[in-house]
Design a binder for this molecule. Structure first.
Ligand code: PMP
Length: 384
């Protein structure tokens, strides 16, 4: 029978409400007795977990009178790196991740609500990114690729330009996802409850046993809004739920700090997670266990999600999955892994749309083992 569907008022009603999907084949191949479940955030209308916070920040700012219809202009600096740390610490501006999903979420929300949007973007960012933002009606300002410590950076970096525009454009507002309480709140109030609701509403059966609660949840940290907000939501539902945070090697978000020593300062390709400063909205203590991940294992996990489960996800989804699988082998995790019906949720923050031209994706997409089928095809075609 078809699911109960209703007409939505507009695309903002299609933010979030993403499915929780069993990852049975991956669970089986790792010998897990627990349920492994993926929260498919790439199915949100703008394509990522960031739609939720863009909507929440815009709506809260409207309520607080910070955004005024017909007057306000939302300005978002989208940086390709974390080099502007001093400016962020001074509270001068916020930055976005390499791919700037929040920019897309904001452009989408503002298109619907009728606000103008300006995104400042470094020259090095892809044309696809600019096109996506422009397609949503945003103004895109390209800024030179200047080192953060150069004097020129103070005038021409994405942050400085955004800040100047905010000052001089009447009604200019930077919403600042790194400090905005609506970032973690969006996850505490929507992502978390959706996960809990899906688990509570799915009956336990002999074939598919379920504890009826979230026993562990695994999420990567960028701003940390997702993992912090989810932690608050799941603890209200099950105080024993174990919250696992994923941080790439080279980033400093994990605790204890000793975890961050190996590979300190090194760069990584996976986008959207990890920083070289601690964003205000990340409360590290609210995460029970941190795991550090590497690019290779993350991309291999993406390949598994695609080939075994049909999920076209981005790199940070692979990090979350490979971190989850490693955690399930630790002393604490293996108790969960060996419990039939225990529910382990992995957050899959975005889809592959954003990475179709990246070498890592092309590599995992194109590589494959020789198969009997290919041999048969080869023989048939040779005959001609
Ligand atoms: N993955 C991707 C692709 C992201 O864009 C983000 C957001 N930066 C995250 C993971 C992590 O989310 P959060 O900022 O809530 O920690």
């Amino acid at each position: 029978m078809a699911q109960h569907m209703q007409i939505l008022d507009n695309a903002l009603d299609a933010v979030g409400k993403t499915p929780l999907i069993r990852l049975d084949k991956i669970a089986q191949s790792h010998g897990l007795k627990c349920n492994l479940l993926g929260k498919a955030e790439f199915m949100s209308v703008g394509g990522s977990v960031k739609d939720r916070i863009a909507k929440a920040m815009v709506e809260a700012a409207e309520k607080d009178g910070i955004l005024i219809p017909g007057q306000s202009v939302v300005i978002e600096p989208t940086s390709g790196n974390t080099g502007s740390l001093p400016l962020i610490l001074l509270g001068v501006a916020s930055i976005d991740t390499v791919f700037g999903h929040v920019g897309i979420g904001l452009a989408l929300a503002c298109a619907i609500k009728g606000y103008s949007v300006i995104i400042t973007l470094p020259n090095k960012m892809s044309l696809e990114k600019e096109a996506l933002l422009r397609a949503l009606g945003a103004e895109v300002i390209r800024t030179p690729n200047v080192p953060h410590d150069s004097p020129e950076s103070l005038i021409s970096s994405v942050l400085s330009v955004a800040r100047r525009l905010e000052k001089e454009i009447p009604g200019g507002v930077i919403l600042d996802q790194y400090r905005n309480v609506n970032n973690p709140l969006a996850h505490e109030w929507t992502t978390g409850p959706e996960i809990i609701d899906a688990i509570v509403s799915t009956p336990s059966t002999p074939a598919r046993p379920s504890s009826g609660k979230v026993d562990a949840i695994v999420a990567g940290a960028g701003t940390g809004g997702t993992v912090t907000g989810l932690s608050r939501a799941v603890r209200k539902h099950n105080k024993d739920c174990i919250v696992v945070g994923i941080d790439p090697k080279g980033s400093i978000l994990a605790l204890p700090e000793a975890l961050n020593v190996e590979g300190a300062g090194s760069s990584y390709v996976v986008e959207g997670i990890g920083y070289d400063f601690i964003p205000d909205v990340l409360v590290q203590k609210e995460v029970d266990a941190w795991l550090k991940t590497e690019d290779d294992e993350s991309f291999l996990a993406v390949q598994q999600l695609m080939r075994k489960e049909g999920l076209l996800v981005g790199g940070s989804s692979g990090s979350a999955l490979s971190g989850a699988l490693r955690w399930l082998k630790t002393e604490e995790g293996s108790k969960v892994a060996s419990t039939p019906g225990a529910n382990v949720v992995v957050v899959l923050p975005d889809g592959v749309r954003n990475y179709m031209s990246k070498p890592w994706f092309l590599k995992i997409a194109m590589e494959s083992e020789p198969t009997p089928l290919r041999e048969i095809i080869g023989k048939i075609l040779q005959k001609e």
